[in-house]
Design a protein around this ligand. Structure first.
Ligand code: ADP
Ligand code: SF4
Ligand code: MG
Length: 353
């Protein structure tokens, strides 16, 4: 089956100057990222602030052009101007803060009708029917069409933003941190709504989040980004059951509420380096507890290991250690003794194990 979205080596580089006489500097926000999204499926993009998630969202929604790479959406080259015009209604964006994107002086019914006015030839009665139908599907009532955005709660406003994204019946919705600003109880409602809508319309999502607990709930596939690059990418089950990249491991270990069984072994220490000054070798090397001379000298390519792609020189060793850990833990459970941590065990190479 052909994927709905196929991105190959997408890159976006911003140039900036810190002063009138300063040299131009290149900031690599997205450094060559590849992925596919099947119709009806969710690819989650995760990583800390500044790793390039929103830039990737702007590339996929065709708000910005990449500096390199290819992007195919719904069988068309999304970088060609003709195809972009056809694809605009096919790809829709939902932001973290819907209030910023909802015109406060327009009633919700009018806000939702606008995309139909611009993009379709539907008559007034049909547009109205569409608006009310979409409002009902996102859990709003028809009477609410006559109200202004400020009269709604945060969760309801996000429902309005979702309704506006859906009104043209897109095939792909790019949702950039859509629940990050909501209370936890409201988050669950909006996530359930997104999953229901995916079923109803066969929607594909590119779902951006820094929260792995949210991602585990909604994703089919996961792409972990660090400094503009994918460091681990594959099916959700593989990545959550046995993360192989030290950055994914650290992100998981530092996410509260993921099952509660996994002790927080270590957090990611230090700051993400500036994208103006990307390490020459592995991008995670300055923060990685397992870094070696090889990591400092050579950037590890993204390569297949154990049913997903990983950019780490030592991914196989992590896999073997995790398997040994599991065996040890199950032996310990049967003997009712505490298992040792994988990271307290010394084992030659790589360093610091
Ligand atoms: N328009 C822009 N001009 C210059 N730098 C930008 C621009 N947009 C984003 N960046 C930089 O690109 C990097 C990635 O940003 P962003 O995609 O917003 O990350 P995220 O969404 O993961 O927080 C950051 O270092 C950010 O400062
Ligand atoms: S390549 Fe080296 S520095 Fe990079 S994640 Fe793997 S062990 Fe850490
Ligand atoms: Mg962002």
């Amino acid at each position: 089956m052909t994927a709905l979205v196929a991105a190959r080596d997408l890159a976006r580089i911003y140039t900036s100057k810190s002063g009138p006489f300063a040299a131009r500097q290149e900031l690599r926000a997205v450094g060559g990222v590849s992925f596919e999204i099947e119709a009806g499926k969710t690819l989650a993009i995760v990583g800390e602030s500044g790793c390039g998630k929103s830039t990737l969202a702007r590339l996929v929604t065709m708000i910005e052009q990449p500096d390199a790479g290819t992007l195919t959406i719904d069988g068309a080259d999304a970088l060609s101007p003709e195809a972009r015009a056809r694809l605009r209604p096919v790809v829709q964006l939902v932001f973290q803060n819907p209030y910023g994107s909802l015109n406060p002086r327009r009633k919700v019914g009018k806000i939702l009708e606008e995309p139909l006015l611009i993009n379709t030839r539907l008559g007034g009665a049909e547009r109205k029917r569409n608006v009310l139908d979409t409002m009902t599907r996102v859990g709003l009532s028809e009477e609410q069409a006559g109200r202004y955005p400020h009269m709604f709660s945060g969760g309801q406003r996000q429902r309005i933003a979702i309704a506006r994204a859906l009104i043209l019946r897109p095939k792909l919705v790019v949702a950039d941190e859509p629940v990050s600003a909501l209370d936890v109880s409201v988050q669950a409602q909006v996530l359930n709504l997104l999953m229901d809508l995916q079923q109803q319309f066969g929607l594909a999502y590119m779902f951006i989040s820094h929260d792995l607990a949210v991602v585990r709930f909604i994703a089919h596939d996961v792409l972990v980004m660090y400094l503009g690059l994918a460091v681990e990418h594959g099916p959700k089950e593989r990545i959550f059951e046995q993360p192989l990249h030290p950055y994914t491991q650290a992100l998981l270990a530092s996410t509260p509420g993921l099952g509660g069984k996994r002790p927080v072994k270590r957090m990611v220490k230090g700051e993400v380096p500036s994208p103006l000054n990307v390490p020459k070798g592995c991008v995670f090397e300055p923060r990685c507890p397992h870094a070696t001379a090889l990591c400092r000298a050579e950037r590890p390519p993204l390569r297949p290991v154990s049913g997903r792609q990983v950019a780490c020189h030592y991914a196989e060793q992590f896999r073997m250690n995790a398997a040994a850990d599991n065996r040890e833990a199950s032996r310990a459970r049967s003997a009712d003794v505490e298992p040792h941590s994988a990271h307290s065990r010394a084992s030659g190479n790589p360093e610091q194990w």
